[in-house]
Design a protein around this ligand. Sequence first.
Ligand code: NAD
Ligand code: WQD
Length: 347
Amino acid sequence: MVSTHSSSQKILVTGGAGFIGSHTVVALVEAGFEPVIVDNFSNSEPAVLDGLRAILGRDIICYHADCNDAAAMTEIFRTEQLSGVIHFAAYKAVGESVQQPLKYYRNNLDSTMLLLELMPQFNVRNLVFSSSCTVYGQPEILPVTEDTPRLPAQSPYGNTKAICEDIIRDTVHAGTPIKAFSLRYFNPIGAHPSAQIGELPRGVPGNLVPYITQTAAGLREKLTVFGDDYNTPDGSCIRDFIHVMDLADAHVSALRLLDQSRTNSLYDVYNIGTGHGASVLELIRTFEDVNGIQVNYTTGPRRPGDVEQIYAVVDKANRDMDWQAQRSLGDALRDAWAWQKKLSKIV
Ligand code: NAD
Ligand code: WQD
């Protein structure tokens, strides 16, 4: 463990070595918070800490531990004087969750419940939980607000997000002195503009942008666009792609809002997206334009379980948190390519 000394508010960042967590660590430090990472590196690399050091010019406290290890987590809560928790740690591979549902329910639910038990014991009030637009399924009406009904999840992974939201809500409503927000992320993409940290998919990427960057880097032969016969203007699916640094900033805004609230117990949900939909084909074209590089792609059949289109209304976060996405799709795709070039040692 690497330790630093600071009198600023300490925030436990579970899964802080992961894609969104590592970018949020940067945003937290820049906003004057002191992040404390706990990660078991089940889906990340300790080298992320080197990237963070290169950006921040100093070490970040990091515990190599499992968020389901009650003894280890209790020790962390005892040692660190925490004022809040951001709970990123979870398994997130949709397809794998269908094959191994218990692995997903065990990791994602137990870690959340353990935090809800530890927080009041150690007088830690503020919790930000990583939820997902996956809880909306394919909504009947677009764009989606926080009042759009959640639909039965398409996967055990999606179910874990809906169930964790409910566990947190019920715990708060029972009068537990916790103030919590579930942030429903839309599709995070991109990387830190320094190219020191970014997404590190293991094996063949399931997500669109890493697949594009790996294809552009020559690691994959060809991208397949899953379906061109959807009921959308160009036939490909539509998503609300958000720069991961904008998403990271939303966590800082969420913590500030939680801190300002004078109530003892509070629970709310927020959509975190750009408010704009972009199609898969549009995204590929933007990637090519901003980076001046061709992506080898073909169209193929639809991917089972994909929703046709989803994008957010983000008025609630704009209003309550005074937050909105600042970076463009082009910015995100430029940063994603810079990160891939660094990984692939392309000059
Ligand atoms: P990620 O896999 O890159 O990061 C998760 C981190 O948590 C990893 O570093 C992993 O090693 C760690 N981890 C997992 N289980 C752990 C455990 N039991 N103990 C300690 N560490 C553990 O994923 P991400 O993309 O950064 O996602 C972060 C959160 O946001 C997840 O909860 C995910 O479900 C949610 N989310 C992600 C997306 C997305 O598209 N990336 C969209 C919506 C919601
Ligand atoms: C985006 C679009 C694909 C790869 C997933 C999870 C969701 C949430 C975000 C966590 C889709 C198309 C993709 C490829 C393609 N994660 N695509 N060729 O499916 O919106 O959401 O990540 O909560 O739960 O399901 O993201 O990046 O996989 O796909 O054409 O090789 O790109 O069909 O339309 P998705 P994605």
